[in-house]
Structure formats: C-alpha cells, structure tokens
Write a protein that binds this ligand. Structure first.
Ligand SMILES: Cc1ncc(COP(=O)(O)O)c(C=O)c1O
Length: 394
C-alpha cells in the first residue's frame, strides 16, 4: 500500500509549553549515545499533581502499559499514584518497587487463568471483566474477588479506539453483575475507556451517563456499586490541538455530579498517556539521506519497530512534534521528508512528508517530541536495533 504524504506542511517548532529540560539546548548538553529517550520526571510528577488537583476525590491508577520504566513508576508511587495492570508481569514490576498488590486494579478484561490466580494469591482483589466467560474464570481462580464491569462506550473521537475489542453493552452489564453475585463474586464497580488520545470532552459525559444508568438499574436489584472508574484516554499534546486537561476535568466534574444517582465510595481513573507522553523526547541521528523517485528520505537510528510503533498504528497519518539540531533550523527553507528507521524493512517508516530543513544532513539530530507514551513499552529489537536507552532528568 502506498501511504499518502502527510498534509501537515508547516515547519514544526519546539512547542511553547515544553519543559526547559527537554529544549534543544539542554538536549545538546546530554552526553549519551544516540538513539536515546530523555525523560523529565518533573513533568511526570507535575502531570499527576495537576490531574489530582483538577479532579479532587478521583484516585488515579496509572496504566503501566503506557510506560513501565521503573524510574517513572517510582516517581508516581512516591507521589501517591496507584496503578492499573494488564498482566501478572506488570504486577511483578510494581511489586519490585514496593507497591502493594491490594492497591492495584487489574483492568484487562480477558486474562490468562494463571495470571488471575497468581495475582489473587498476592493480594490483588479487584478485577475487571466484560463477559460471562471471564466471570466463570474469576469465580474459579479468584473466589470471592471484587469485580467491575467494563462498558462499551463511544470511542469514535479517539485516535486509538478500544471498544471493538472490549466492553459489555449496557443491557448486558446488569445481568453480568447479577451473575457475578450468584457466582460468589462481589459486584464492585463499573468502568469504561473512551479510547486512547480522546479528542472530545463529550465522550466522557456520554460514558458517565451510561455508567449512571447502570447504577440506577442495579439499585432495583439491591446492588449499590462501590467504584466508578473513568478509565484512560486523557489526551497529551502532540501536533494537532486536543482539549486541555482543564476542559476534560471540568466536563467530568459536572457529569459526575449530574449524571450519577449516588456518589460511589471510590472514584477512579486510569490515565496513561497524559501523565508521560510530554515528559520525553526521543533523540535520534540521521544515518542517511537519499532521493528515491523524487521523494526525500531520511534514515534515522530509530524507527517504528524500536520506538515509534504508534506511527504504524495510525497508518503514518499522525505526526509527532519534530525539530532538529541544525543551527539553520528556523531559517532554512523546508522540504517534505519521508522519515524512516534503520531496519531493512520499509514498514519501519514513521512519517511521510514531514516538513524539515532542506539542509538536513548525515549526523544531524532529529528530536521527536511527546515520545514518553507507548514508545519503549512497544519497542522490539527487530533486525538487531534495540530500543533506545533512557536518560532521566528532573
Ligand atoms: C484498561 C486501560 N486503562 C487505561 C489505559 C490507558 O489509556 P491512556 O493511555 O489512553 O490514558 C488503557 C490503555 O489502553 C487501558 O487499556
């Protein structure tokens, strides 16, 4: 398939909100071997602090899948953040830094039986589900556990939809929680996910409304749920505008007050991307520059497989903030470059037609911003190019 060029032709500049530790002058001072990710832990702490301030009473459970560097996990743990896991392996990473399994949510709805049993034996007691099959599995391998149902919600305004794979329909959810009770499990809560990098606040309002309707219906069955979990999807800033976290939080505060029939004991959220994406910049180096049939190619030491896999998931139509180490970065005319990786596979190409200085040359640095989420956690060592190391600052 021939991927069309990006229709974003403006020269990309350092975003004005970028932390000083990640600005090109500071990056130039770091003595590390390219490629590497520079991660500002101060930004991670600040995102968590601000999120908690804007959503008082909502406990955040950071989604490990997004960035599981021990340094990031420790920074969040020290701030009082809790965690959400998708597997026993992720739970083990948390145990290694002293997190109590009893404080962790297991939000993957379809789990290996062995992971359920081992997590339960370690003291994890809250498990998500969205099907009958999972309930029978949980009743067998985590008897008496607390369970929360994941609702299928509209994720059509998210960059990375999830509702095709996960979620029970609203009318199924009530019956599922009743079955849970019959199986000796504790009907504990409801959750949803509006899709990762959700771009409209209305998606959260609709989802809270669906959760409220379920709470209402369950009241007729004598069930009062303990937890409403708002899931993830809180956006980070890349190139295209997204609602600010202040706007998302304001929508949620109103929705939680207006649309739930009672205030649950536990209000939870599972932010991933929002806490870490903007905390990091990927520092890469130009290995080659070629013209192929009129198309300008830049070959970098990082590609889709060892760091930027989300560019593949979005069929290369999603742009990250890019800038360069060139002294003429701001003054040189630009050319549309196709930016690819170091492997022998053309599908490690990240951007088709990114506007970069026409003077780009071998050994120049290309900085890829907002690279702290779903980068290294997806990365492989395909073709012998390992994921970049991380340099922590802040
Ligand atoms: C269950 C669950 N919670 C939270 C998240 C985090 O989502 P995001 O990074 O969009 O905040 C994910 C991501 O896929 C998820 O699957």
């Amino acid at each position: 398939m021939r991927v069309p060029l990006l229709d974003h032709h403006a020269r990309l500049e350092v975003p004005s909100h970028w932390p000083a530790a990640l600005l090109p002058p500071a990056l130039a001072d770091i003595d590390a071997r390219s490629p590497y990710l520079v991660c500002d832990l101060g930004t991670v702490r600040e995102r968590h602090r601000r999120f908690s301030e804007l959503l008082p009473g909502v406990e955040s459970f950071f989604a490990l899948k997004c960035n599981s560097s021990p340094e990031v996990l420790v920074a969040l743990h020290e701030q009082g953040s809790r965690f959400e896991v998708a597997s026993l392996g992720e739970l083990r990473m948390l145990q290694a830094i002293g997190v109590r399994p009893a404080d962790v949510l297991y939000s993957n709805t379809v789990k290996p039986a062995g992971h359920i049993a081992a997590a339960h034996a370690e003291g994890l007691w809250r498990f998500a589900f969205d099907s009958e099959g999972e309930l029978y599995k949980l009743a067998r391998h985590a008897p008496g556990a607390a369970v929360y149902v994941r609702l299928r919600v509209d994720d059509s305004t998210a960059m990375f939809p999830l509702s095709r794979k996960f979620g029970a329909e609203a009318h199924e959810a009530r019956a599922l929680l009743l079955l849970a009770r019959n199986l000796g499990l504790r009907p504990y809560g409801v959750t949803f996910h509006v899709g990762s990098q959700c771009t409209t606040t209305g998606a959260w309002r609709q989802a809270v409304s669906a959760a409220g309707t379920l709470l209402d219906r369950l009241a007729d069955d004598g069930i009062e749920l303990t937890m409403v979990d708002l899931g993830g999807g809180f956006p980070a800033r890349y190139v295209e505008p997204v609602p600010a976290i202040e706007q998302v939080a304001a929508t949620l505060r109103t929705a939680l007050t207006e649309l739930l029939p009672y205030q649950p004991e536990v209000l939870a959220a599972e932010p991933g991307r929002h806490f870490v994406a903007e905390s990091a910049v990927m520092v890469t180096t130009v290995l080659g520059r070629e013209v192929r049939a009129g198309e300008n190619w830049l070959y970098l030491d990082v590609g889709a497989y060892n760091g930027l896999f989300e560019t593949q998931q979005t069929v290369n139509q999603w742009l990250f903030p890019l800038w360069t180490s060139r002294s003429d970065h701001a003054t040189s005319p630009t050319l549309p470059f196709t930016v690819t990786g170091p492997s022998c596979d053309s599908s490690d190409t990240m951007f088709y037609g990114a506007a970069l200085p026409s003077t780009m040359d071998l050994d120049d640095r290309l900085y890829i911003g907002s690279a702290g989420a779903y980068t290294l956690s997806y990365a492989s060592s395909f073709n012998g190019f390992p994921p970049p190391a991380t340099v922590f600052v802040g």
